[in-house]
Write a protein that binds this ligand. Structure first.
Ligand SMILES: [Zn+2]
Length: 317
């Protein structure tokens, strides 16, 4: 019997899914809006729509789901998913498996993205790498000797919450000065608006603040806007610093940069490399290569589908 896996990524704004065969060929794709994250019925309804569409297209022998926040891989429980409030200690894997009768596995979204890189992306033929996802938040996953490094509670690799400034800005996790609070898309927007409020000039000054986001700031930076360039440089500095800790601690062969903000890596590349060079010991520095992800926002669904195919064997049931 040939194996077909569904890979689903339950995100704060979108639920994305693909249907994949065991050779890694994508047979179908489906995307819908997540809906109101506090409403279990609405989000599950949208999730089931994606799964139904994919099952109609290609059937499935297994389902893999990536979702934000810590996930217990044994109990198949999503502990806390930011932006999807009802997924708190929620047995998402069992709910989906109960409805469809298809073996289902859930995993943290950054971990499935790292599996996507391992199977299909910049992590192929690389035994030791770290995936760093730069977006509205900052996530990370360590792959050691070809396997996910999980830690005792499956929370290893959360580099977004390393403290890089003792008295830095408040982070969503409750601490202050986290890498994420200093360098994410959200942090870039906040520093930019703060500087405008303090009288700094930018070509975006004419826009109402709610229309200004990291994407618009990146466009302005490419057009030479001084303030926009500065806030990206500050973010890039903290990324370089965080990467220097990873290189010093783990001696990886590669660091893969993914996430929505990787589209603005051109604005940050030089500063990231300069900072990394300045703060890293020569020996591990010479061995590491920093590369952008080539999979974009599909790393998660690709990894989730192949994870389900490789870890769930229908004959074992
Ligand atoms: Zn934090």
């Amino acid at each position: 019997m040939s194996l077909v896996g569904l890979g689903i990524d339950v995100g704060g704004t979108k639920i994305k899914g693909i249907c994949m065969d065991e050779e890694g060929r994508v047979l179908a794709e489906a995307n819908v809006a997540t809906g109101n994250g506090s409403c279990e019925e609405e989000v599950l309804g949208n999730l089931f729509t994606v799964i139904d569409t994919l099952l109609n297209a290609g059937g499935a022998t297994s389902i893999g789901i990536g979702c934000a926040g810590p996930v217990d891989p044994i109990l198949q429980i999503a502990a806390v998913a930011p932006n999807i409030a009802f997924l708190r200690n929620y047995p998402l894997g069992r709910v989906v498996e109960g409805r469809y009768g298809i073996p289902t596995r859930i995993e943290n979204d950054v971990k499935v993205a790292a599996l996507g890189e391992l199977y299909f992306g910049q992590g192929m033929r690389v035994q030791d790498f770290v995936l760093v996802t730069l977006g509205t938040g900052i996530g990370g996953t360590i792959v050691h000797e070809g396997k996910l490094l999980r830690g005792v509670g499956n929370a290893a690799g959360e580099i977004g919450h390393l403290t890089l400034e003792r008295f830095g800005p408040q982070c969503g996790c409750g601490k202050q000065g986290c890498y994420e609070a200093l360098a994410s898309g959200t942090a870039i927007r906040r520093s930019f608006l703060y500087a405008l409020g303090r009288g700094r000039h930018s070509k975006l000054s004419i826009l109402p603040s709610e229309e200004i986001d990291a994407v618009k700031i990146a466009e302005a930076a490419r057009e030479g806007d001084r303030l926009a360039i500065e806030v990206f440089e500050v973010s890039a500095f903290y990324t370089g610093l965080a990467l220097s800790y990873l290189v010093g601690l783990l001696n990886p062969q590669r660091i893969i940069i993914g996430g929505g903000m990787s589209a603005a890596l051109d604005l940050m590349w030089e500063k990231i490399q300069d900072t990394l060079t300045l703060h890293t010991m020569d020996y591990p520095l010479r061995q590491v290569e920093v590369v952008p992800s080539g999979l974009g926002n599909r790393a998660g669904v690709l990894g989730a589908a192949m994870m389900s195919i490789r870890t769930i064997r229908p004959e074992n049931r």
